[in-house]
Structure formats: C-alpha cells, structure tokens
Write a protein that binds this ligand. Structure first.
Ligand SMILES: NC(=O)c1ccc[n+]([C@@H]2O[C@H](COP(=O)([O-])OP(=O)(O)OC[C@H]3O[C@@H](n4cnc5c(N)ncnc54)[C@H](OP(=O)(O)O)[C@@H]3O)[C@@H](O)[C@H]2O)c1
Length: 338
C-alpha cells in the first residue's frame, strides 16, 4: 500500500447564501490523507460531476429530495476515481469506483459506500457520471412514452435533456423537439443530437414557438426547468398528455425564488394531463435494464454523450455557477487527476 500524497484539497461551503451563490461562499481547504482503516478504501478522484441540484443543497431549499450541504463541511456529489489503498478484501487497489464523495481530490470511504465498475464499458471514466438513467426513467416509468408520441424536452442541450431527447427517439417517439438557451445550442441539439426541431426559449411567446416546432401538439413533456416553459407545454399539450417533472432550473437560476409553476390548472383537467414529479432515486431498479440498452446504443453509434470538462478542483465552484448560468453544453465534469 503506497500513499504518496500526505494532504489533498477539498471544497467546503463557507456560508449559506441568500440567493444565487457567489464564489466567496466556497472555500478550498487542504486536508490530511489518512491510511484506510479496516473495511475502508482510499480513492484518488479522477472526475466529479457538477449538478444544478447542488444549488438547492447549497441554499437548503425546503422540500428537496437531497440532503443540504452543511456550512463548514466538505461538499459531496457523484465522482469516479481509482482505489489507491484498500483495507477491504473485496475492493482491489487499482479498481475504478463510483461514489458520492466528490468535491475532494482524495476520498476515504467505507467499501460498502462505493461501487466498483467495469472500466471497459464506456469510453472514458468521466462518461460514467453522465449515463442518463434519470432521462430513461422519466420517459418510461414516469411519462409512459408510447411509440409515435411527440416529445418536448427543455434544457435540451444540457446533460439530462440531451439524453432525454436521444433516448425518446431511440424508444420510438414520432417527433422530438427541444428548447435551449442560444442559437448555437439549438444547432447542437438538431445537428449533433438528432432532435427534429428546437428553439431558443428566450424568444417569446413560448407557446407560439412550441406550436411552430410541434404543429400537432405534444404528448410528452420532459421538464427540466419549470416556470414559463411548463406553462407553454401545458398550453400546447394534447389530450392525455404526460409531463415528467424532473428539474427546476428556473428556480435554481433565480437563486431559489419560488417558481410560479404550471399556472391555471383548468387546461390540465380539460386535457386529462398527468403531471408527475420524480427523482432518479425512485427508479434505481431500472439501472440494469437501462445499462444494457445504453451499452448497445453507444456501441452502435446511436447515442452521443456530450461533455464539457473543466480542469482542477479549484475551478469547481465557478463551474457550478456557470453551468446554471448556461455557459456549457452537455454533461459538465471537473477533472481532478489525469
Ligand atoms: N429528478 C432527478 O432525479 C434529477 C436528476 C438529475 C437532474 N435533475 C434536475 O434536472 C435539471 C437538469 O439537470 P442537468 O444536470 O441536466 O443540467 P443541465 O441541463 O445540463 O444544466 C443547466 C443548463 O440549464 C439551462 N438553464 C438554466 N436556467 C434555465 C431556464 N430557466 N430555462 C431553461 N434552461 C435553463 C442552461 O442552459 P441554457 O439556458 O443556455 O439552455 C444550462 O446549460 C436540473 O434542474 C437538475 O437539478 C433532476
């Protein structure tokens, strides 16, 4: 067992912001790297995931399905790394592992809290962080996607939206349309991800834009944002339409201000629309089935994983804020070690 680094860096929340966070709400600290005790492993983190949901954990929004970050404590989130020291017989040194101890260069974890993964499934270790189970679960278990449906996806150039649109097409959707925050992202969604049409959600009126790309109405809405786009989707939705409420980017970008939500619910009744919130944690039973399909789609070149890599733990807080400000395309990860 060789541990070459005595200390390593981690990011802590230094203050709970009132509104959208600033860089001064985070601090970079140097921490000792201990040897693992019996049953523990030491992981050198290679990549960590940057998720908009972390803003809700920073702001401790009420009612969120994730534990808030404590002020003065190291933040956490999905990460992948290599076991560099193991005191557990089931986890060999050198294993590639997924876990929830991101926001630090080295993670000490109980072996039971990490998942050893096959390093040959995806093209790079970072790909394991953006695998799209939430998109698959939202379309299948939550929105009951049917062959021929017209599907609308918001934040379509983002990590979840990009997967949702592609997976909808692979599962037989008749038409897939999306919204994104710039002309460049709209082009990406159509040209790289294969959406049939897309529009910039800054261009009002939204319902008119949506009708233009989905002239026969929409049957499924995969909602990453809430707010005005949710209201437009209800307006353009067909009878019996289904809405999978996945994300709250409108609220996350506003620094936690309450979202006006779906507005007048009469059309929801009139059109027998189902609105259903969900979290990926409710659907972990789909992981094996989805993993099999995903591997085939990737091997056949039918699915594109778009990724933005930001280098260095010191840049992770800025990456989180810039992600929600719309600066990136695809899944955003921070590279901690090569
Ligand atoms: N339910 C669950 O289990 C679950 C799991 C994962 C993620 N989520 C949620 O799903 C949402 C998407 O997550 P993600 O990781 O895939 O993020 P993402 O879409 O990759 O990232 C953020 C993007 O959101 C866009 N955005 C920000 N504010 C917006 C707004 N008001 N309207 C439209 N787009 C806006 C930005 O792009 P542009 O504005 O430039 O388009 C930015 O690129 C988040 O709310 C996240 O918390 C939920």
């Amino acid at each position: 067992m060789t541990v070459t680094t005595r200390t390593a860096r981690a990011v802590q929340l230094s203050a709970r912001p009132d509104g959208f966070p600033e860089l001064s709400d985070f601090r970079l600290v140097e921490q000792p790297v201990p040897d693992p005790a019996r049953g523990q492993v030491l992981v050198r983190n290679m990549y960590m995931s940057i998720d908009p949901g972390m803003l809700m954990q920073i702001g401790a929004y009420p009612g969120i399905p994730l534990p808030p970050f404590a002020v003065g404590a190291t933040m956490f989130g999905d990460a992948i790394g290599e076991v560099v020291a193991s005191a557990d017989p089931d986890v060999p040194e050198g294993a590639l592992v997924l876990h929830r101890f991101g926001w630090r260069e080295y993670a000490m974890a109980e072996a039971s809290a990490i998942q050893v993964v096959d390093p040959d499934v995806y093209p790079s270790p970072s790909s394991y962080l953006g695998f799209g189970l939430v998109a698959y679960a939202g379309l299948t278990a939550v929105a009951s996607l049917r062959v021929g449906d017209t599907v609308f996806v918001s934040s379509a150039a983002g990590a979840t939206g990009g997967m949702a649109g592609q997976i909808a097409r692979l599962l037989g959707a008749g038409r897939v349309v999306g919204s994104a925050g710039s002309a460049e992202k709209v082009r990406h969604v159509i040209d790289e991800l294969g959406f049939d049409a897309a529009f910039d959600y800054h261009d009002a009126p939204l319902a008119e834009q949506l009708r233009a790309v989905a002239p026969n109405g929409i049957d499924v809405y995969f909602d990453n944002v809430g707010g005005a786009q949710l209201r437009a989707a209800i307006e353009v939705m067909n009878v019996g339409g289904r809405i999978a409420l996945c994300g709250a980017l409108t609220r996350q970008r506003s620094g936690g201000l309450p979202d006006e939500g779906p507005g007048d619910l009469l059309p929801v009744i009139g059109k027998r629309i189902t609105l259903r919130g969900f979290t990926m944690l409710d659907h972990l039973d789909l992981a094996a089935e989805f993993g099999q399909r995903l591997r085939r789609w990737i091997a056949d070149g039918q699915l594109v994983q778009t990724e933005t890599v930001v280098d260095g733990l010191e840049n992770a807080p800025r990456a989180l804020l810039d992600l929600v400000r719309g600066h990136y395309t695809g899944k955003v990860v921070v590279r901690l070690a090569r």
